[in-house]
Design a protein around this ligand. Sequence first.
Ligand code: SF4
Length: 278
Amino acid sequence: MPWVTRGLREGIVTTRYPRRSDGYGASFEGHVVCASGATGDEVEAAAAACPTGAIALEAAGARLDRGSCILCGRCCDIAPRSFHFEPGFETAALRRRALVVPAGEGDDKTITEAREQLRERVKGLRRSVHLRHVDAGSDGSEEWEIAALTGPIYDIHRLGVFFSASPRHADVLLVTGAGTAGMQASLRLTYEAMPSPKVVIAVGTDAVSGGLVGGTYASGQGVAGTVPVDVFVPGSPPSPFGILHGILLAVGLVGEAPGGAVSGPSRDQAEEREGMAS
Ligand code: SF4
């Protein structure tokens, strides 16, 4: 019975996130940072080399769209003073615009409004949440990360979050993939079959913007053109912690700023939910 001795030796491996921050999750280099006012030949070269056109050159300096970034690292190699990877997995956002950094004027106000609207809509989802996952043309990488959520490390069941085999029993629609033409009708039907209130989470850069294959004859630029997206989780693929953050953000249990801590009433609710599920 080696698994018994191994279990005793390793103890409890399940993360306490969001009740407590997680050292492993926090060390994951999950997003690229663009220096404010970044400009110059290096930055232009990085923009030209970006395979998804995620870097825009504006008068005030470069802007980076994390929703289009596939984390290839080319810009960090070409212009290390302007772009670098930063640890942290809390990169999900309630507005597509919020994934563009540095943030523009007025962005904070629209995010606050989005948070209030979503909180009002999901206030009935306090005891448990059921997820329906649809692969709308994914390369399979996001599916691996989603599957990890039910394992012993992340164990989303402890938070009262479960996967559902039917959209009729689901509260949250997790969508991966660029939204290929062949999947758009099925995705729409799945969304329409879900009872209200319902929340849609676009998981991964492909679902957020189309990624490398967006805007071709076979796919749209992400899934927002097919179903109304409430939470955008960038990354190619996002880590299981990143996806978990997106789910908790959707049901109002964590904040949305990168590195933003669980705070105030949200923290209390997370503890209450974990207590109810255990
Ligand atoms: S890391 Fe992201 S922004 Fe930088 S070059 Fe790659 S895709 Fe473009």
